[in-house]
Design a protein around this ligand. Structure first.
Ligand SMILES: [Zn+2]
Ligand SMILES: [Zn+2]
Length: 169
């Protein structure tokens, strides 16, 4: 599982493509269902190495509504500028731009893992929902309403009608 990229071979103005097919990471109990694929283009601008590309993998998540585990596909764009440690040169433009994603490298080697980890965390949904329109669990009997119906709602309405009926008598 080698994720280091030797950048000494990229001359100024040159671009290389790098593909990793089976990276692995440990992220807070996150269960990956396939290896992480990273496909990036590295360009030596003379000032820094820009890394642009796509990270893809899939993970198991638990639906917030129905509590079922489902597979979630991750596809996230990576766009980072790597500066050689201690040789970074800061311009006002960089300081102003919060959009600019900056990282550092040492010994002519870029290790993408930290960035890949961040991208995967950013790619996770705030709320995991297994599918649009997931019906969730019945708050009364706890049945998964995607799988089976229950008559709690009807009962509730019947009870309300019965009460209303009494009031009207
Ligand atoms: Zn669900
Ligand atoms: Zn119910």
């Amino acid at each position: 599982m080698e994720s280091l990229i030797d950048v000494s071979r990229i001359r100024v103005g040159e671009t290389i493509n790098v593909v990793f097919k089976d990276l692995e990471l440990n992220i807070d109990n996150l269960e990956f269902t396939r290896p992480i694929e990273v496909s990036v283009r590295l360009t030596n601008t003379g000032k820094c190495i820009t890394v642009k590309g796509v990270i893809s993998t899939s993970v198991n998540l638990t639906c917030n509504r129905c509590l079922e585990v489902f597979e979630y596909q991750i596809r996230y764009e990576i766009d980072v500028e790597y500066y050689k440690k201690k040789e970074r040169y800061i311009t006002d433009l960089e300081l102003d731009s919060e959009m600019l994603n900056i990282a550092y490298y040492e010994d002519d080697r870029i290790d993408l893992m930290d960035e890949v980890r961040q991208c995967i965390i950013l790619a996770l949904p705030m709320k995991s929902i297994c599918k649009e329109g997931c019906l969730g669990l019945c708050p009364h009997c706890g049945r998964n309403l995607n799988k089976e119906g229950c008559d709690c709602k009807e009962k509730e309405i019947d009870e309300r009608l019965a009460k209303l009926g009494k009031l009207l008598k």
